[in-house]
Design a protein around this ligand. Sequence first.
Ligand code: B1M
Length: 210
Amino acid sequence: MGVLEDVYNAVLDGKLDDAAANVERGLNEGIAVDDILKKGLLAAMDLVGVRFGEGEMFIPQVIWSAKAMQAGMDLLRPHFTEGQQGKSVRIVIGTAEGDIHDIGKNLVGMMLEGAGFEVVDLGVGIKPEQFIEKAVEEKADIIGVSALLTTTMMCMADVVKLRNEKGLSALKVIIGGAPLSQRFCEEIGADAYGVDAMDAVVKVKELMGL
Ligand code: B1M
């Protein structure tokens, strides 16, 4: 069996040690980091999502898969360093209020750091006012909000509304997460929508004119 398949199966089966060992093996065998991420870790998590949605997998199993994915991602983290932008752009990132999904947010944070941006991770379940307060405190250029639940998407609209009310027009808001779309981004007046972690990097560069 190929190493990518082993990574995939380890995440699907929620086996942390196997996920880490196989990611390490893949790196040692010279498999592209992007392939390990997309064809191994992310592909498995996609199937977990489908099975969870269809009632074939349950929350404890999904949590183990998520942990296995995280264990693999931790090993990929050092490989995402381009370091081209210097540390001049600061982004506060978090998962919306009422939402505990953090794998996508962590991946986005990791890719942004890899592209040389400064990332302040606020964690999960972040209220709109916390995003704004922390962004001001940290003198951030950008707020990044992630949401995986349709019920938590409106937190993003509140972040934009609060930003506007406070006249913080230089502070940009980028949003992302599986249930979102460019259309929703435009509807709530956010500055950018990142379809995935790579796209988030592209959009941050665009917002900062880089
Ligand atoms: Co949850 N969950 N979950 N879950 N879970 C979903 C999201 C769901 C679609 C599953 C399903 O039904 N098929 C569904 C939501 C349905 C909906 O709202 N319409 C769902 C549900 C219902 C729930 C609970 C309510 C279940 C329950 O308790 N009955 C509950 C919610 C609790 C809460 O948040 N209050 C719940 C809980 C959990 C677990 C704890 C078990 C676990 C989370 C573990 C964790 O994150 N630490 C979990 C998981 C793992 C999932 C699925 C299976 C996978 C999500 C994931 O990590 N994907 C998910 C199904 C799915 O999405 N297919 C599901 C991998 C990740 C890399 O992708 O997060 O999309 P993603 O991030 C991408 C892009 O979206 C984008 O870039 C990332 C990388 O490419 N992106 C950004 C994300 N954020 C961005 C920010 C940006 C830019 C791009 O800029 C700032």
